[in-house]
Design a protein around this ligand. Structure first.
Ligand SMILES: Nc1ncnc2c1ncn2[C@@H]1O[C@H](COP(=O)(O)OP(=O)(O)OP(=O)(O)O)[C@@H](O)[C@H]1O
Ligand SMILES: [Mg+2]
Length: 362
């Protein structure tokens, strides 16, 4: 009997038969994601009293349709059985290295916040969120510190070792070591930038000049990370002279991160960008100074955008990306008393709008 034809009630089956069925349902749904009856049986197997059957489902999370995987992932990642939990974590990580894991974590947090709101009201929810964010900053800061300590032991000079003319296999291992170390150093830098208490030094700055410098810095970073940025034209327009009161270090990091994301959204491979355009438009309105960054890149699906707007670090879809850029941008913009909004359409492009108050909070 094909899995799609199997009955929905399996009480009479032995656990070994139920396991066989869970395995064949798993296989079947990966080829027929629209089969609702099969999905219903998988949901049922995810609650089976036998951990061996729940483990089959946990292993299947890597290949189930996105919505089903997310729904069951949240439950199985907290299963009472350690084997099931471990299998679920492995599958979630395999599915999409960092983003899926953090998205299942963020939906657990989201559910908790909703529960707190229902029981104690909106103010308690907001307070709980602030506390959770503060705790996350402290954990991340500690992790950054620990990684830095470990990294000092890896601080070997690979160039010197390469001068010893090692064989080809050792040479390529040394290059890999160097790349891995570079990645960790950048990651620690991002973690620190995200979790550090902000020491803002507000000064009057020429916004147009700052935007032009940020375009240059973003282009250089894209180049360092292995892509030629010239196919993407960057155009700065709008008011030609705007003086803003900002913390230069922090705000130029916001602009550089966003322009870099906008340029990188035109990537067609690990090394190439297609032709396109990034527009940075500056204007003044009643609400304050408005900075819009639009691009003609690949855009973001509604589902991914929703996840990104939780601003939980680690949501990167890029090889070598950290997923710290947007959380840092939001944190630094809000520290300026500004607002940060983002909208996007898949295959069309993305717009980020920052509105800064003209007078900074003291
Ligand atoms: N303008 C954009 N167009 C399309 N996708 C975007 C854009 N900006 C952000 N994204 C998506 O959001 C993800 C997270 O962006 P974020 O800046 O936080 O991290 P990252 O760019 O991947 O890594 P890094 O920490 O190095 O900045 C990106 O990987 C990308 O998938
Ligand atoms: Mg980025």
């Amino acid at each position: 009997m094909k899995p799609s034809e199997m009955p929905d009630t399996e009480e009479a089956l032995s656990w070994r038969d139920r396991r066989r069925q869970a395995e064949s349902d798993t296989q079947h749904i990966s080829e027929h994601p629209e089969n609702e009856r099969c999905a219903a049986r998988i949901r049922k197997s995810a609650c089976d009293q036998k951990w061996e059957i729940r483990k089959v489902i946990a292993e299947g999370l890597a290949i189930y349709p996105e919505a089903l995987s997310r729904e069951l992932g949240t439950v199985l990642a907290m299963d009472s059985n350690a084997m099931v939990r471990a299998a679920a974590h492995r599958s979630i990580t395999r599915r999409s290295p960092a983003s899926a894991l953090s998205s299942s974590h963020s939906s657990i947090i989201q559910n908790e916040l909703e529960r707190i709101e229902r029981k104690f009201g909106i103010e308690a929810r907001q307070e709980a969120f602030r506390l959770a964010e503060r705790t996350a900053f402290l954990h991340i800061r500690t992790a950054a510190h620990d990684i830095k300590n470990i990294l000092t032991h890896f601080n070997v000079d690979t160039l010197q070792l390469l001068k010893l003319r090692p064989d080809q296999a050792t040479e390529s291992r040394l290059h890999r070591l160097d790349k891995g170390r570079e990645y960790l150093i950048r990651l620690v830098g991002m973690m620190e930038a995200y979790s550090r208490d902000l020491d803002m030094k507000f000064q009057n700055e020429d916004l147009v000049g700052l935007v032009n410098e940020s375009v240059q810095a973003a282009r250089e970073q894209v180049l360092i990370e292995g892509k030629i940025s010239s196919p993407v034209e960057c155009v700065v327009s709008g008011s030609s002279s705007i003086i803003v009161t900002i913390s230069r270090f922090h705000f130029s990091m916001v602009l550089t991160n966003l322009i870099k994301n906008a340029i990188q959204s035109h990537a067609i491979s690990e090394r190439e960008l297609r032709a396109g355009r990034v527009d940075v438009t500056l204007s003044k309105s009643e609400a304050g100074i408005r900075i819009s960054i639009t691009d003609t890149g690949k855009g973001i699906s509604t589902k991914d955008l929703q996840r990104l707007l939780d601003f939980v670090p680690g949501n990167s879809s890029k090889p070598g990306g950290m997923g710290y850029g947007l959380p840092i941008c939001r944190k630094y913009t809000e520290a300026h008393g500004g607002s940060f909004t983002m909208q996007s359409e898949e295959n069309k492009g993305t717009e980020v709008v920052i509105v800064l108050p003209e007078i900074q909070p003291s």
